[in-house]
Design a protein around this ligand. Structure first.
Ligand code: CAA
Ligand code: FAD
Length: 384
């Protein structure tokens, strides 16, 4: 019997993790969620609370000083933080995204250098695949890396990099052999203090405003040879395998956002009175709530199944992880929109968090591959 998903329910330990994260989320993250969106500013309080409790990067293997938690635990952490603050949930989510290439393909030397500081909470990780002209078509990137004696020298610009400026480490995909297409791409770990590395101004966004998104620049950025992740030419496959493990975490983020909005709407309709009775008495609103809850639960189950498959490294993970992301993000968009509707005019104001949740939900349909691209990923695996 598989301990992590044996009898079609989560292990008791997963429940303990959920309770512990929820307590931190409600006590130390929720109080700042409106402010980090409004200003906007990085949720430093969330980083500190998650780090103090050991929830900032639970996926790091034990041999590199981490918790070695399974993928379902990681998903629960992201889900519970996103339930109160989507921006803050990108701290654990992108720590995993940025470091997974190293965990999957890095040398032991590189792992020993970069994973313990992540596990200790001293360093955060970002993941740099996208460029202005290479988003969905990621393999068409133009950032270059050239070997120069005992160094790699990087030149180019990566766009849309989550948590840039806050992170210490950036896993960067760059072309080492421009004539070889996706097989000419390699992955590297760049440190924020490496010469020739810099961070641009934050994008002004619709949502997840507390999570900085910037361009990052490489101008003859020079890094030691051993900071390549795996063999030259394997960077694109590593980047894609990484997304197989992390798209489900964006699914978890979407489930959390939807759950948060659902709870606000459910509580509101019970106390708001019109026509002499609570609006929860109107069956049309009851049906909306029922549909919201069923979609959230379906998406949540899909995320956990994908996480269990990630844990077991099953070959259909690509399909499941992309599916979990698509189902959960479409759910988050529809549930948060309905939550605003259930609150009427109040839902459209900043007096309630549902308008923020609706704005935050939108990104889950766009990043880690748009939902169109994820459908391509799913179909390719189905037709293989
Ligand atoms: N595992 C291992 N290898 C894989 C793979 C996988 N899941 N998917 C593809 N590959 C390999 C292929 O086998 C192929 O290798 P060979 O040539 O050796 O056979 C190579 O990669 C190229 O594959 P494709 O021909 O399928 O590549 P493509 O150019 O057609 O692109 C794509 C495929 C799915 C569209 C891909 O470009 C893609 O995923 N685009 C979306 C990009 C994306 O998701 N970006 C997310 C950025 S991170 C982010 O957004 C973070 C955040 O928000 C917080
Ligand atoms: P485009 O590729 O230009 O797509 C535009 C539209 O065309 C979309 O609707 C798309 O679905 C559609 N489209 C494109 N190709 C096809 C096709 N073949 N078939 C059907 N439809 C298609 N990237 C990182 O590397 N690291 C990060 O940390 C990161 N964080 C991000 C944070 C934010 C807030 C944002 C907005 C983006 C982030 N990204 C990050 C980038 C993100 O992954 C890309 O924005 C995304 O992959 C889409 O690329 P694009 O923006 O260039 O859109």
């Amino acid at each position: 019997v598989d301990a992590s998903f044996g009898i079609y329910r989560l292990a008791e330990e997963h429940g303990y993790v959920r309770d512990a994260v929820r307590e931190i989320a409600e006590g130390a993250i929720a109080p700042y969620a409106a402010e980090v969106d409004d200003k906007p500013r990085f949720p430093a309080e969330a980083r500190e609370a998650l780090t103090n409790a050991g929830f900032h990067a639970v996926h790091v293997p034990k041999e590199y000083d981490g918790e070695g938690a399974d993928a379902i635990t990681g998903a629960i952490v992201v889900e519970e933080v996103a339930r109160v603050c989507a921006s803050s949930s990108l701290i654990p989510a992108v720590n995993k995204l940025g470091s997974t290439p190293v965990i999957l393909s890095g040398s032991d030397e590189l792992k020993r250098e970069v994973l313990p500081p992540l596990a200790r909470g001293e360093a955060m990780f970002s993941y740099a695949l996208s460029e202005r002209e290479a988003g969905s078509d990621a393999a068409s990137m133009s950032t270059r890396a050239v070997r120069d004696g005992d160094h790699w020298v990087l030149n180019g610009t990566k766009a849309w990099i989550t948590n840039s400026g806050v992170s210490t480490y950036y896993t960067v995909m760059a072309k080492t052999d421009p004539s070889a297409g996706s097989r000419g791409i390699s992955a590297f770990v760049v440190h924020k203090d490496d010469p020739g590395f810099s961070v641009g101004a934050p994008e002004r966004k619709l949502g997840i405003k507390g999570s900085p998104t910037c361009e990052i620049y490489f101008e003859n950025c020079t890094i030691p040879l051993h900071r390549i992740v795996g063999e030259p030419g394997t960077g694109f496959a590593t980047a894609m395998r990484t997304l197989d493990h992390t798209r489900l975490a964006i699914g978890a983020q979407a489930v959390g956002i939807a759950q948060g909005a659902f709870e606000v709407a459910r509580d509101y309709v019970k106390q708001r009175k019109q026509f002499g009775r609570p609006i929860a008495d109107f069956q049309s609103l009851q049906f909306m709530l029922a549909d919201m809850a069923l979609k959230i639960e379906a998406a949540r189950q899909m995320v956990y199944v994908a996480a269990a498959k990630a844990e077991r490294n099953e070959p259909d993970l690509t399909f499941y992880s992309a599916s979990a992301k698509v189902l959960a993000s479409d759910t988050a968009m529809s549930v948060t929109t309905d939550a605003v509707q259930l609150l009427g005019g109040a839902g459209y104001t900043k007096d309630f968090p549902v308008e923020r949740m609706m704005r935050d939900a939108k990104i889950t349909q766009i990043y880690e591959g748009t939902n169109q691209i994820n459908r391509i990923v799913m179909a390719r695996q189905l037709l293989k």
